[in-house]
Design a protein around this ligand. Structure first.
Ligand code: FES
Length: 109
């Protein structure tokens, strides 16, 4: 069953940034602030395991810091290889009283 977990304060997530957080019993989660919209993906790049939360966010696309693959942070779809095999799982998010919450488990890519 999906449950929401507190992961960060909204005020700590500046627009254009993408930190990663850890959830109990879950893979790391990369958070993205796209012009005030909070989005979340599995932190692990499907290519070779790079940390997407250490990538570069441009609009709604994050570039993996290891080899430069790009992913749409709304859909998890890989820009270079837009197939389900290379998509990153997306987490639903919400903000409650200034706290970002992420739903676990993630939605299938
Ligand atoms: S590990 Fe992400 S592009 Fe290679």
């Amino acid at each position: 069953m999906t449950q929401y977990h507190d992961v960060a304060k909204l005020e700590d997530l500046e627009p254009g940034t993408c930190p990663s957080v850890e959830l109990d019993d879950a893979p790391g989660v990369a958070l993205f602030n796209v012009d005030g919209e909070i989005l979340a993906l599995d932190n692990t790049c499907p290519h070779a395991g790079g940390p997407l939360g250490e990538g570069t966010l441009e609009g709604d696309v994050v570039e993996c810091p290891w080899h430069g693959w790009e992913f749409n942070v709304r859909t998890g779809q890989c820009i270079e290889n837009p197939t389900p095999e290379w998509a990153v799982p997306c987490f639903r998010t919400r903000v409650e009283n200034g706290v970002i919450q992420v739903a676990f488990p993630p939605e299938a890519p």
